[in-house]
Design a protein around this ligand. Structure first.
Ligand code: 5CA
Length: 440
């Protein structure tokens, strides 16, 4: 992408309305734009990051055996009347009427709809286990939308729903998502801690929130420090191994961790003073097992091996991609801007032409740009005639992991400079060596 032809509306000044660093940086880099309270457009730079976050979530959901579909944002109120949640959900639910005056709503979550899809076509235990997910917009008319896309009214959610014959099978399905979540957050460059959590309007009594520690987090959390050293399950984890997954779950829940709603002062105090952590955190995921809470009122049953009808046991599993993007920034930035983990960076590298119009600089940059693109890299080519200081500041601000700087003197010697955004380390390499390094 040539910067001169891109749409990246950078703000020179810090936006006044932004209270936390991620919100400030997302506005300054032109990743998002607020359209009305708690409702955002994702501009091209932000959309790139969001797409990469979604791709990782999708890969890990698929690895764990979940199957993607797509459900609509608008739902009929009828389904919610069946489950009893139409009244219960309160003012957070945006209620709408269509031209026939039928009550509709903008989905805040999809338990009812997925249960309806399930009951319409699954009749036998032989079709189980089943886990269906989508990545779709939700709407919750939050009392206090704030911090940009961290707590917005319209937001993206990956929501998965599992169906099993028995409670024991459902716990295995829960553990699959538990492991998938550990892997997902790790690949996004985050250390997320699973914590016992309150279930709120979703229901059930077995639930974990995945929390990343950050001073600006909205949740108050208490945990044992040892989480930092726990191993992340490998890519070749056998998701069919009941005992294997249970042992991962047991390990990750073996030490104290709870949000304020579930906090047990005595258990926390029993931890030695040096191993205790009381901090603030951001909830990036939440998983629930709620048994037959929806299958019962909605009549979602399958025929079991005994020939009898059984209500299915369900769970639901949410991740907030539009919250994860600012959460990653909260965890990874410095005074000059964002520092993207390579896995979600909007571009893998930015090629900075220090003197556009200079034949040697242009030729070198074109060569780098083409070579990196041909190797499958996402490359931003700063071909603008901005001042050097502006170019460097922009590259630092948008946080692309590697900067390839092509100035007239270096280029005349057949060289370019590479700068690592995270460490600030610089090295001068021949153009050939730079290409080899960046495409390795
Ligand atoms: N049905 C269940 C799981 S699929 C559910 O709705 N869970 S939830 O309410 O905990 O939401 C799941 C995830 O969505 C949260 O962990 C959070 O990451 C994200 N999320 C929830 N509300 C918001 C919001 N207002 N803005 C941004 N992300 C949100």
């Amino acid at each position: 992408m040539r910067l001169s032809r891109y749409f990246m509306p950078i703000l020179k000044e810090n936006p006044k309305e932004a209270e936390i660093v991620s919100h400030r940086l997302m506005l300054r880099t032109g990743m998002i734009r607020q359209q009305s309270q708690g409702i955002y457009s994702w501009l091209p730079l932000g959309k790139r990051v969001l797409d990469k976050v979604n791709a990782i979530i999708r890969e890990e959901q698929n690895r764990a055996g979940a199957i993607e579909l797509s459900m609509p944002t608008l739902q009929s109120a009828e389904l919610w009347q069946e489950s009893g949640r139409y009244e219960d959900y309160g003012k957070e639910m945006l209620r709408i009427r269509d031209r026939q005056d039928r009550p509709m709503l903008y989905g805040p979550t999809n338990e009812e709809m997925i249960t309806d899809i399930f009951r319409s076509s699954v009749k036998s235990y032989k079709s189980l286990p089943l886990n269906l997910y989508h990545i779709q917009l939700k709407f919750r008319d939050e009392i206090r939308p704030r911090f940009g896309t961290m707590r917005s009214r319209e937001f993206l959610m990956k929501d998965a729903y599992s169906f099993d014959l028995t409670q024991a099978d459902a716990i295995h399905s829960y553990n699959k998502m538990f492991v998938a979540y550990l892997r997902t957050f790790d690949r996004l460059g985050l250390r997320a801690i699973p914590m016992r959590a309150d279930t709120g309007p979703i229901g059930g009594n077995h639930s974990h929130e995945f929390i990343i520690l950050a001073d600006t987090g909205e949740s108050e959390v208490y945990c044992h420090k040892s989480f930092v050293d726990f191993d992340i399950p490998a890519a070749d984890t056998d998701f069919d191994s009941v005992d294997g997954l249970q042992s991962v779950f047991d390990k990750w829940t073996s030490v104290y961790a709870a949000t304020s709603e579930m906090h047990d002062e005595a258990a926390f105090d029993a931890i030695g003073e040096n191993d205790r952590l009381s901090a603030r955190g951001i909830e990036v995921g939440h998983i629930f097992y709620f048994g037959t809470k929806y299958s019962e009122p909605m009549g979602a049953k399958v025929q079991g091996p005994d020939g009898k009808e059984h209500l299915v046991h369900m769970g639901s599993y949410g991740i907030g991609p539009t919250r994860l993007v600012p959460a990653i920034i909260e965890a990874s930035h410095d005074e000059n801007g964002i520092i993207w983990p390579a896995s979600v960076a909007p571009f893998d590298a930015v090629v900075i032409n220090m003197k556009p119009g200079d034949e040697a600089c242009d030729t070198t940059c074109d060569r780098l740009y083409v070579a990196l693109q041909n190797a499958g890299k996402d490359v931003l080519y700063d071909d603008t005639d901005d001042r050097a200081g502006t170019k460097f500041a922009t590259a630092d601000l948008i946080g692309v992991p590697v900067q390839v700087i092509a100035g007239p003197r270096a280029v005349a010697a057949g060289e370019v400079e590479l700068k690592d955004r995270k460490t600030g380390a610089r090295e001068t390499l021949t153009i050939e060596a730079a290409i080899n390094k960046l495409t390795a």
